[in-house]
Write a protein that binds this ligand. Sequence first.
Ligand code: LLP
Length: 422
Amino acid sequence: MRKIYSPVTDKNNFFMGKDPIELAGKFGTPLYVYNEKIIREKCRDLKSISTYPHFEVDYSIKANSNLAFIQIVKSEGLLVDAMSPGEIYVALQAGYKPEQIFYICNNVSEDEMQYAIDTGVVISVDSLSQLETYGKINPGGKIAVRFNAGMGAGDNPKITTAGEKTKFGIEKIFVEDVKNIIKKYDLKLIGLNQHIGSLNMNESVFAEGTKMLLEIAMEFPDLEFIDMGGGYGIPYHKEDGENSLNIAAVRESVDKVIFDFVKKYGKEVTFRIEPGRYISAESGMILGKVHSVKTNCGQKYIGCDVGFNVLQRPVMYDSYHGIEIYRPSDKKSEKEENVKIVGNICESGDILAHDRVLPEIFEGDILGVLDAGAYGFSMSSNYNLRLKPAEILLREDGSVALIRERDTLEDMMKGMVSLEDL
Ligand code: LLP
């Protein structure tokens, strides 16, 4: 095997001595690969984001909902947040107790809410109408409320989830209405939460956003917990020298806000965060295979099997993912080229990487798509009736485990009904 271009995985020892070409050969491509050691390191980083004694980290399952992945996170002592009955269910399967699962729902049916109530998880609602719905079906119940305290911060508008242009949360001006509904249904408001947005690399936004939520918290004297949200970013441009989030700087500012609040509030409430990306993004990558190389109207295209059915982020958010090149053949080239790396989906927008200057790529090369562990597999689809990829785990003990089988054609047909059977 020749590593033609592998600056990031060499540096963080992602493959731990394993050969990505062998992994691709054994498990097939496209293939999601996770590194257990990195998952654990990331969990530990975030547990150190506050020194407050009643501080907890909820892993946000939406970022990566693989069962084995969640079990690793659990063994690191993290709790979880879920966004759907499916995510509640997988958390239970991973061994979480209902009270360790925080269900942050948005615009859900009574049935879904009832499922969460019956399961015994703590629910957060984020509109007055959903608070009413909850009150009607579970009078006297415990509830949390998601506020939009006024500050949003995220990498792009699609993932900025507070502030002026978002469907999420209840605005501060409705605090009295929240109090009235709580009273009307004899509810017990045990928690407040917010999530200002995703992929934040600016260390100061976490404390600033929390400060605004805490102004609202002062209105509710009986809280048991305050959840400050997720959004901890990762450097997607590592090969260009982009640095990781400075956890110590976040800690300094967040600690101050928490300790100041607890003094004022007069009670040691639990503080939580709910990160997804920070834990899973850098611990996962995709191996894909190059099946064609061509030039169209002067543009060189590298055609591989990582379409937007496998990784949606570049198409959905214009996201950047670093690309590495591993070569099974002994082809040689000293050239660098400007290429577009594209998938095998029947749309011109199926572009994994725009205008990348990389060493010359040949048919048969294996590509490594970096930082794909968050919102990668969890946002993948069967579009064009392509089969969802397998997922493997590079374990700390050096073994390799298949943690999700590749879809089969039978899986793809599941639930479809033939007219002949009617
Ligand atoms: N809590 C809530 C209520 C959320 O909505 C989210 C993410 C999180 C926590 C976790 O955020 P994180 O720590 O991962 O930034 N698909 C997009 C990201 C969508 C984020 C949605 N909400 C992407 O691929 O960039």
